[in-house]
Design a protein around this ligand. Sequence first.
Ligand code: GAL
Length: 651
Amino acid sequence: MTKPELGVCYYPEHWPEETWAEDARQMADLGLTWVRIGEFAWSRLEPARGRYEFDWLERAIDILASAGLKVVLGTPTATPPKWLVDEMAEMLAVDADGKTRGFGSRRHYCFSHDGYFEECRRITNELAKRFGTNHGVHAWQTDNEYGCHDSVHSYSSAALREFRIWLSQKYQSPEALNRAWGNVFWSMEYASFDEIELPNLTVTEANPSHWMDFHRFSSEQVVKFNHLQVEIIRRHSPERPVIHNFMGRTLSFDHFDLGEDLDISSWDSYPLGFLSDRSDRPNDFALRYAKSGDPDFQAFHHDLYRATSGGRWWVMEQQPGPVNWATHNTAPNDGMVRLWSWEAIAHGAEVVSYFRWRQAPFGQEQMHSGILRPDSVPAHAFSEVSQTASELTAVDGIEIGKSDVAVVFDYPSAWAWKIQPQGTEFDYFRLVYDHYCALRRLGLSIDFQNAANPDLSGYKLVLVPGLFSWNQQLLEEMRKTEAQIVVGPRSGSKTGDFQIPGDLPPDLPADMLDLKVARVESYPENLEINVPGSGSFKFWREHAQAGSTASVLLDAEDGSPALIRQGNNTYLAGWGDDEFLRNILQDVTERAGLSTFNVPEGLSFRRNGKMIFAFNYSRENINLNELGIEAEYLLGGSNLAPSDVSIGKLT
Ligand code: GAL
């Protein structure tokens, strides 16, 4: 693996020009090599239509480059300026209640507005022409965090127009659409594509097939929007990688589809903000880790986003201290900024870049910390960044390879179960996350595979939880592999049109899994059904009927099959609690010939071939020897203090 590097997000337009050179010098002295700039600067790059003021940006890039820093230049399309919005007010996105999303923050545009699309083409083109071959520009970032602030779905007239075109291309005739959606139900049949509305503002729920297509359409609009910028950048700036920064727990568009256009995926990692605001963990857990973050959440996203652009990935924004946007904004325990940085590297990050250089004394994020305080004095993170940079120089020999376990991930499934949860707790992310965490408790490292285009070769264990609908390639890969495969719950329970399959779920050929799910139930929190000796099902359980070639391995307490197996395919007929998942996965892991470790809750552990990486999120010492781990250490040792890092090779 090439030596990982560190970087920072910087806003030269926020600071007097006289400070730039000193900032750049200090960044380089700290050991940073990358700096991302420009992604919100449209009002300074083009203060009025056609008046391009790029000289200041060029001076900033020159200064940063002379200090030895490599610039990632962002396109400013997440923040269209006031003059532009005033010129074409219909470019603003409209929320599901029909309210226009106003100017005054960011991400206020509708992906479907062709006028805004052209404006993005224009500004990206101007920037790429001017800076495409600039010696200081080494990479590009498109826009900023698509989907953040719930900005993928717009219910504007532009979206409606485009949606109708999209539907007419997909279905060719209103009759075909009526059939696919089942529009005979409630007299919803259409005689023409022009009659179709967006699925918001209906009296009660709109048709799930209608919603599903709206999700697909909206996701494709994001991909198209990004593609436009990537093409322009590639034309004017060959050889420089194009990156986008994804956000945590954002499922509103298909990151795999978008990632196909990127050279490098990246994401913005805010462990404390996420635990406060984007977690399903119980309150006592959230309190335990309030100052270190959920020990599995970062790893999950590192692994997921690594899969979205063929393996190359960065952390574009790393939390450096308290943020401003969560319900509560704790400060990390000492050592955590270093720990998060190393943890990303352990999952293969090429660069970890901190957000942001200096805390801004003005604007919405004035309470968000940086590496420097607003008065330019080093903030808490400074010394940890410095330590990480020196360690990165000193430590050699880190290898990251393929994992033994794959989890099949599918953005459309996230949309499907949001549209039709059938029980409020049924959330796709939560379901996959529970399975992922159970694998991690066994010390297994995980790769994600895109359900639409998977390559299952070489894996020993494959999980397919909650998959909305099968596709041919996935089925073929599942047939080909010798891995143990764990399917369900709810996998294959719909056709691609969002209907119940004719042969009933899980809709697999009988020679793979001879099984029918005859009835399903959802349970509220704390209502569970016991599976004697193995744990319980919570939130969701199925009443499955096994055919003659499948064997029932476990029954729930009411006698209904809980675990069914045929060959190397195992079916879970419910959402297992921690104990159930642990037991079942331990069993299939053994069948797969994989060795495991018992990893305690506060330990983030990754094993890749002989390499082991251990990160202590807890407040207690953890002794790795006691977990059966014998290694030679490149960093740290077998005794892992709170917030500390150990990296070694198994002996
Ligand atoms: C990210 C965003 C940044 C900044 C940061 C604050 O989501 O990309 O621009 O707002 O959050 O934590």
